[in-house]
Design a protein around this ligand. Sequence first.
Ligand code: COA
Length: 437
Amino acid sequence: MYLQKYQSKIVSAREAVKVVKSGDRVLLHANSCYPELLVNAMCDRYQELNDVEVAHLTIFQKPCYLKPEMQNHFRHNALFTSGHVRKAVNEGTADFTPVFLSEIPLIIERGILPIDVVFLHVSCPDAHGFCSYSVSNEVTKTAADHAKVVIAQINHKMPRVLGDNFIHVDKIDYIVECDPDLIEVPMVDPNSTEEEKKVYRKIGETIASLIRDGDTLQMGIGAIPDAVLTYLTEKNDLGIHTEMFSDGLIDLIDKGIITGDRKTLLPGKIVASFVIATKKTFDYIHNNPIVEFRTTKFVNDPYIIARNDNMVSINSAIQVDFTGQACSDSMGHKIYSGFGGQVDFIRGASRSRNGKPIIAMPSTAKNNTISKIVDTLTPGSGVTTSKADIHYVVTEYGIADLYGKTLRERVKQMISIAHPNFRDELEQKAREFKYLW
Ligand code: COA
């Protein structure tokens, strides 16, 4: 039925992107669904285009629209700042929008971030004409639902991932057939030196001590969440409700440690919005009914998250001050990443019955020369997680349990998990600020 329509929409990438006009906002499918053919074809037209905004979440390829000669023709809007766009954001040649991952769909729906054109990279249609958003649903489904024009690269190598994760061919305006391999991203390996290995091992073990059989887990982005997975082999019946996951989960599913049997929301399902992973995970989630992908409007909604009893969220930070304010997206004024789903999950886990929101990080950065626990956040650092939101902070020196505690109690606990080289200095500052006396 849909085949005729499908055939009639097939064009070259060059043809398809002719629809982009000066002043448009184009949203790109993110992560391993980066629609490179379409982006390159749009960049080829740069001299005909001015002030085209290119918005997206994390990508793993160097985008052509950031080339110096394309300034003024294209301007990037980072909804999360990944490595390839960080320099441009911090040099002022690209923009950054601070926003909760759960609320990006809302700003699209409410017309605060209207989308003119969306570039997708989706799976082939099934027998009913539905293409899967594959390994990356996040905010792209919402963007496609609201965009004026939808252009899709259709790739038979894209896994068909189940959930509220499909677009019908009828809703696609232009189709570009292609077959590139998916971009693979292995788990973060924090183990560059023996000392770092020890630190991450200790943090992983400590977090594992906070996790109980039957808990439902969210794992954020970075080295810590990846490290924790290694220490969960003695647990039973864990469940997953997370915006993102990596290869480490697959081993735990294979070993029968993750079953989802005790989940109170969508039991048995791995609820997620995207993966940052390799072929191992892509193959595993293809057509697999245990996986339920939805937009971050659902997955990251703190009220939805809280419907999971025993929800444990594990995220990391760049700096935490000794009252419990965490900065996770910048180093001073220099933007490093974004809000992502950190606050969404901290709030959701906080409201969950027996929930535990955790922020974990090594106590120091740069070979023990910088304390990540500070008396005052570096000027320019924004508060990602507020001191009223924070619960557990974990370093290699232990756990600070700050929720509902006074400033005095917090400061004492935070100093006790700081690196010993910095504790005296922190204590002196605490006395100066009259938190201790
Ligand atoms: N001062 C100076 N440099 C610091 C620092 C500090 N306080 N803290 C970290 N760094 C440096 C590290 O040394 C490292 O430098 P390198 O790349 O030169 O080695 C770099 O910053 C990254 O630090 P690292 O600890 O390796 O980061 P990570 O990959 O584990 O990620 C966050 C940690 C906080 C950046 C990441 O979790 C994040 O972006 N969080 C916000 C969003 C979020 O939590 N989302 C939830 C899921 S979407």
